[in-house]
Design a protein around this ligand. Structure first.
Ligand code: AMP
Length: 276
């Protein structure tokens, strides 16, 4: 049978399903559901299976026919179950529902409620503007082997969009340790200056090789690459960050990698260019 679970939300409804469902159960339940859809337009639904034992043949047809006639009636459909075939049922329901369908284990029921209450994707995509042209592209380079491949891509895109282009190299803070693993603090200022000089020379060489005659700005900053690239991009209204990616995706997915960290945390678009 179907048993309504009272919900204090405007367009979220919940029902518990127990035992074996019959045609009589559907005759009692479907008019209620139809009434809710008529009143509210699209609704979100939570179905909690509790000792559910399937359908008789007629009930199965009722379920299928209702689903076909109301496929656009559901915004979100959470099925909370207790075994593998209920998970499978949720997968089978997806093609018959225009909205989103998700399956949750019973001990995860809070996640199901949270998901139903989240603001809908439809609202979000309505408020997001279309992606426009790029205005400021940031090429973050570590001068590694193949780095100019990513740099060429950044230049090509800057040309296409008539965008500003900045090359950024971040000089990492180096810490040396003595035999007792105590950090050796060298003459910081002198070392920083030397590292900055080297970075500037390498940057000039890269730009001369690939960007002679084009208007490219270059920057050398100190810090942790992923943080420095991110904060520079926010401070300078960058709308595309271009970085290199080693391997075929594997390394860039490691939590520590600069590329994957930027992909996960940048608010602008990030292009990762394979370097080998
Ligand atoms: P990673 O994931 O750390 O191997 O680095 C991937 C990409 O992040 C590199 O190809 C560069 O585009 C960028 N990147 C890494 N380190 C730096 C750095 N110190 N300065 C600027 N960009 C960097």
């Amino acid at each position: 049978m179907f048993q309504e679970i009272p919900v204090n939300e405007e367009n979220i409804f919940a029902f518990r399903v127990t035992g074996k469902l019959t045609h009589a159960d559907y005759q009692a339940f479907l008019p209620t559901l139809e009434g809710l859809i008529e009143q509210q337009g699209r609704i979100s639904l939570l179905i909690e299976f509790d000792g559910f034992r399937g359908w008789d043949l007629e009930a199965m047809r009722d379920d299928f026919e209702f689903g076909m006639a109301h496929r656009d009636a559901f915004e979100r459909f959470a099925m909370v179950g207790e075994n593998r075939w209920q998970r499978w049922m949720a997968a089978m329901a997806k093609p018959f529902v225009d909205g989103e369908v998700r399956y949750f284990e019973r001990n995860d029921i809070q996640a199901a409620w949270d998901w139903l209450q989240e603001p809908g994707d439809a609202t979000q995509s309505e408020t997001l503007p279309d992606p426009g042209p790029f205005h400021h592209i940031l090429m973050a380079t570590d001068f590694s082997v193949g780095a100019e491949r990513a740099a060429r891509r950044a230049m090509e895109l800057a040309g296409c969009y008539s965008a500003r282009l900045t090359f950024l190299q971040v000089v990492e803070d180096l810490v040396f340790y003595d035999e007792a693993y105590d950090p050796i603090i060298p003459d910081r200022l002198e070392l920083d200056e030397q590292m900055q000089d080297i970075a500037k020379q390498r940057m000039a060489k890269l730009l001369q090789e690939i960007a002679a005659g084009t208007k490219v700005r270059s920057e050398v900053q100190f810090g942790m690459p992923r943080h420095a690239i991110l904060s520079y991009s926010v401070a300078q209204d960058v709308d595309l960050i271009v970085v290199g990616r080693h391997g075929h995706g594997g390394i860039s997915r490691l939590p520590g990698s600069t590329a994957s960290s930027l992909v996960n945390s940048a608010s602008c678009e990030v292009l990762t260019v394979p370097l080998v």
